[in-house]
Design a protein around this ligand. Structure first.
Ligand SMILES: Nc1ncnc2c1ncn2[C@@H]1O[C@H](COP(=O)(O)OP(=O)(O)OP(=O)(O)O)[C@@H](O)[C@H]1O
Ligand SMILES: [Mg+2]
Length: 219
């Protein structure tokens, strides 16, 4: 079976005051359909950089990224539409829009691709325990509730893989655990794969696989 997401010898560096910083030095990662993979590693090890490249948001310096076997070129025309159909993104900050209520935030990806996703959005909000909060403004929600809305938005177009960068980083332990469980269960129920970046190994103890970014490679 083709990996939903694959990196081959992926490389990325940045110019810094101390000279060139080689952050990713040949990362090979293959995520199977439906697999839950946790990416661990210290601060500054390149976890967010790796996720951005996997999402096609940034261009690597070498190597390649593939979605269902097809190469991803960040500059290629049509990549945004391909991404919308393949990848769901969750960040540490929720990036909900204050002008829109909860349901409108979750259906926003549908508006971007020109598809009505209201039924899916309502189903996802109910699965995330927010069925009664559809018409709330996000300001009325707690931090954990906001992240649950962000998870529903990431899933609303039925992505093959969800990429989550420290989605529970701003929550306390109990809140982090609750959001992680809902994220994992909802992703699994929909047959999507999940790549979750976290500092907290105990949070993801039940993931299918844990990999660690060290010195620019996965170990
Ligand atoms: N756009 C950029 N320009 C210059 N340097 C960058 C850029 N993006 C990331 N870096 C550097 O690359 C390294 C890896 O950053 P990255 O954000 O990927 O780490 P991380 O593992 O996600 O860290 P954290 O756990 O703190 O979120 C850091 O040293 C960072 O300063
Ligand atoms: Mg990061």
């Amino acid at each position: 079976m083709l990996p939903v997401l694959e990196t081959r010898d992926l490389r990325k560096g940045f110019a810094s005051a101390r000279g060139r910083l080689e952050v990713l030095r040949g990362v090979d990662l293959a995520v199977a359909p439906g697999e839950v993979v946790a990416v661990l590693g210290p601060s500054g090890s390149g976890k967010s950089t790796l996720l951005h490249l996997c999402a096609g948001l940034e261009q690597g310096d070498g190597g390649s990224v593939h979605w269902d076997g097809a190469a991803v070129e960040p500059a290629a025309p049509g990549l945004a539409a391909r991404r919308a159909g393949h990848v769901g993104l969750v960040f540490q900050h929720h990036y909900l829009l204050a002008e829109l209520d909860v349901l409108e935030n979750v259906t926003l990806p549908g508006r971007i691709v020109g598809r009505s996703v209201e039924a899916e959005a309502r189903e996802l909000l109910a699965a995330m325990g927010l069925g009664s909060r559809e018409r709330d403004a996000f300001r009325a929600l707690s931090g954990g509730e906001r992240q649950r809305v962000a998870v529903a938005r990431a899933l609303v177009l039925g992505p093959r893989v969800v990429l989550a960068d420290e989605p529970t980083g701003s929550l306390d332990r109990a809140g982090a655990k609750a959001v992680y469980r809902l994220l994992r269960d909802t992703v699994r129920a929909r047959g999507s794969a999940l790549v979750i970046v976290t500092h907290d190994e105990s949070l993801v103890a039940d993931s299918d696989r844990r990999v660690r970014l060290e010195e620019g490679v996965l170990v």
